[in-house]
Design a protein around this ligand. Structure first.
Ligand SMILES: [Zn+2]
Length: 490
C-alpha cells in the first residue's frame, strides 16, 4: 500500500564566504551529513533542527539527502561545490516523487567562478523538480541575495535575530509555507530590494538593530505578506551583489512585495548613520573595561571573529590585556593547535614556554612568547548553550594556561565564543572575573547576557574589522555606504 504522507526533501550547502581570506575552502573543510545522519540535528535549535521538528509535527515523510556546512572562510573550491550540488541533484532524482523541498542555506556563499552560490543551487534544484513543487529555504541574515535566487524559490526565511537565536523558528516557517502551498495550491512571489550599504555587524538585541527589526516585524503584518526578511548582508566579500537586502514574500501579489520591500529599504537607508560603529583599539577597550568597578565586563574582539572568516589566532587584544597586568581577567579563546598540543604533551601542572597565536598571517598581531602554567586540559567537545542550543561544537584540544595571573584558554579548531561553555570546560566560572575577553562580533551576546554587566567592543586590525574601508572592492560596480560619499538609494 502506498504511503499517503507528503514527502519533503531536505538538503543544503551553508557557507559564509569571506573572499578576503587566504586560500580556498575545500571539501574536507565541510561538516557533511548524508541520509539518515541528518536526523542527528533533531532536538537542536538550529535551522535543520527546526525543519525536522516541523516536518514531524505535520506528519511529513522526511527525505534527507545532504547537508554540508563549514566555518566561515575563503572562497569555495569550484570542484568542491559542484560535487555537493551534483550529489543533491542526484538525490532528488532518486527520491522522486517528492512534494516539497526545504533548503538550508546561508546566503553568503561564493564559489571560485560562481559569485552567487545560493542562486546557482536554487536554480539547479528548481530545474530538477519542476515549477509545481514548492521549494522554500532558511537563511542566515548575513546573506547577500539576488532576485535570480528568489525567483527560483517559493519562500525566503532569514533569521531575524543577531545573535541568531531564532534559526529553528524560521526553518519552521519555511516548512509551514510548503504545507500551506500544498493545501491551498497557490504560488508566492518574492521581491528582493538591495540597499548599497556595507552594514557593520549589528546586534538586534538592542539599539538601532533592534529598532530596525521592530519596523520589519511590523511591516510584515501587512495583509497578503507572508514574510519580510531583513538580510543585513555580509560586507567581507568582494562580489557584485554585496549589500543589505529586504526580501519580501507575498501570497501572490508582486506589486505588494515590491512596495513593502521598498518601504523597508527606504527606512533602512534613512537610518544608515545610526549603524556607524564605534571602533576602539585593543588598548582603548582594555582601558575602558578597567574603569568599571563592579560586575563582569566582557570585551569582544570583533575584528578577529572566526564567525566572519577571521583566523581566531590574533594576539592584539590578548597582548593589550597582558601589558595592562590585569589581576582578575580571563581570555577565551585563542585558536592555536600547536600550543594546545604542547600543553597536552606537558600535562597539567607543567610550566612551559610557548609562542602563542598569530600564525596565520601578519594582520592579526605577532606571536606572544610567554611562560605559562598548564592549569587544565579538555578535549574541546562541547554542547552549545544559547544560540544553536543543544548543537554539538568541537573546538578541538583545549588548554587553560595561566600567565602572570591571567587565565588564557587555547583551543585547536576555529570557532567564535558563543557562550561560557569553553571557559566552564576548563574550570573557569566567568562570573567571578572582572574582565572576560573573547573573540566574537555579536553571537556571544546570547550566551553572556546574564554574565556581562557591560560590553566593550575592541576593533584592532583583523579580517572582520569594522574598518570596512581597508578592503578592496574590485567586483562591486556602485558606490557603497559608508566607504563612498556618492552612495545612494532611491
Ligand atoms: Zn550570521
Amino acid at each position: 500500500m502506498q504511503s499517503m504522507k507528503k514527502r519533503i526533501l531536505i538538503a543544503g550547502i551553508s557557507h559564509e564566504t569571506n573572499t578576503y581570506c587566504q586560500g580556498e575552502t575545500e571539501t574536507s573543510d565541510f561538516y557533511q551529513m548524508r541520509g539518515d545522519t541528518i536526523f542527528r540535528a533533531a532536538g537542536t535549535e538550529s535551522s535543520l533542527g527546526g525543519a525536522l521538528a516541523t516536518c514531524t509535527e505535520l506528519d511529513f515523510e522526511i527525505v534527507p539527502v545532504l547537508i554540508v556546512s563549514a566555518q566561515p572562510s575563503g572562497t569555495i573550491n569550484f570542484e568542491t561545490y559542484v560535487a555537493f550540488k551534483q550529489e543533491i541533484l542526484a538525490g532528488i532524482d532518486s527520491a522522486k516523487p517528492i512534494d516539497g523541498v526545504f533548503l538550508e542555506l546561508h546566503g553568503a556563499g561564493v564559489v571560485n567562478g560562481i559569485e552567487d552560490l545560493e542562486g546557482d543551487l536554487a536554480q539547479a534544484v528548481r530545474d530538477k523538480v519542476g515549477e509545481a513543487v514548492p521549494i522554500t529555504a532558511s537563511f542566515d541574515l548575513h546573506g547577500n541575495v539576488t532576485q535570480r535566487m528568489a525567483d527560483a524559490l517559493d519562500g525566503v526565511f532569514a533569521c531575524h535575530q543577531y545573535p541568531h537565536v531564532d534559526m529553528h523558528l524560521r526553518a519552521e516557517e519555511a516548512i509551514r509555507l510548503i504545507s500551506r502551498m500544498l493545501a491551498e495550491n497557490f504560488r508566492p512571489v518574492i521581491h528582493v530590494e538591495t540597499v548599497p550599504m556595507l552594514m557593520p555587524t549589528t546586534t538586534t538585541f538592542e539599539g538601532i538593530g533592534q529598532r530596525m527589526l521592530e519596523f520589519i516585524l511590523e511591516i510584515e503584518q501587512t495583509p497578503g505578506v507572508i514574510d519580510v526578511s531583513w538580510f543585513h548582508g555580509f560586507p567581507y566579500t568582494d562580489i557584485s551583489h554585496v549589500g543589505s537586502h529586504v526580501v519580501v514574500t507575498t501570497e501572490s501579489n508582486h506589486e505588494l512585495a515590491e512596495d513593502v520591500a521598498r518601504r523597508a529599504a527606504t527606512h533602512l537607508w534613512q537610518q544608515r548613520e545610526s549603524f556607524r560603529p564605534l571602533s576602539l583599539s585593543a588598548e582603548a577597550a582594555v582601558n575602558q573595561a578597567m574603569l568599571s568597578d563592579s560586575g563582569t565586563v566582557v570585551i569582544n574582539e570583533t575584528s578577529d571573529n572566526c564567525g566572519g572568516g577571521s583566523p581566531g589566532d590574533g594576539t592584539h587584544l590578548l597582548k593589550a590585556m597582558l601589558d595592562a597586568e590585569l589581576d582578575n581577567a580571563c581570555f577565551g579563546f585563542i585558536v592555536d593547535s600547536s600550543v594546545a598540543e604542547q600543553a597536552h604533551a606537558a600535562g597539567v601542572g607543567a610550566t612551559i614556554s610557548v609562542e602563542l597565536g598569530a600564525k596565520t598571517d601578519n594582520l592579526h598581531g605577532d606571536p606572544l612568547c610567554l611562560t605559562v602554567y598548564v592549569k587544565a586540559l579538555h578535549d574541546g567537545r562541547l554542547i552549545m548553550q544559547a544560540m544553536g542550543k543543544a548543537s554539538p561544537l568541537n573546538i578541538g584540544k583545549m588548554a587553560r594556561l595561566i600567565c602572570n595571573g591571567m587565565d588564557i584558554v587555547v583551543a585547536s579548531r576555529r570557532s567564535q565564543t558563543f557562550d561560557p561553555g569553553p571557559f566552564e570546560a576548563v574550570g573557569i566560572d566567568v562570573r567571578k572575573y572582572s574582565i572576560v575577553a573573547l573573540k566574537s562580533s555579536n553571537h556571544f551576546r546570547a550566551g553572556f547576557s546574564d554574565v556581562a554587566t557591560q560590553i566593550v567592543t575592541a576593533d584592532p586590525p583583523g579580517l572582520t574589522t569594522h574598518h570596512i574601508e581597508v578592503f578592496d572592492r574590485l567586483n562591486c560596480d556602485w558606490p557603497m555606504w559608508p566607504v563612498d560619499e556618492n552612495a545612494n538609494y532611491d
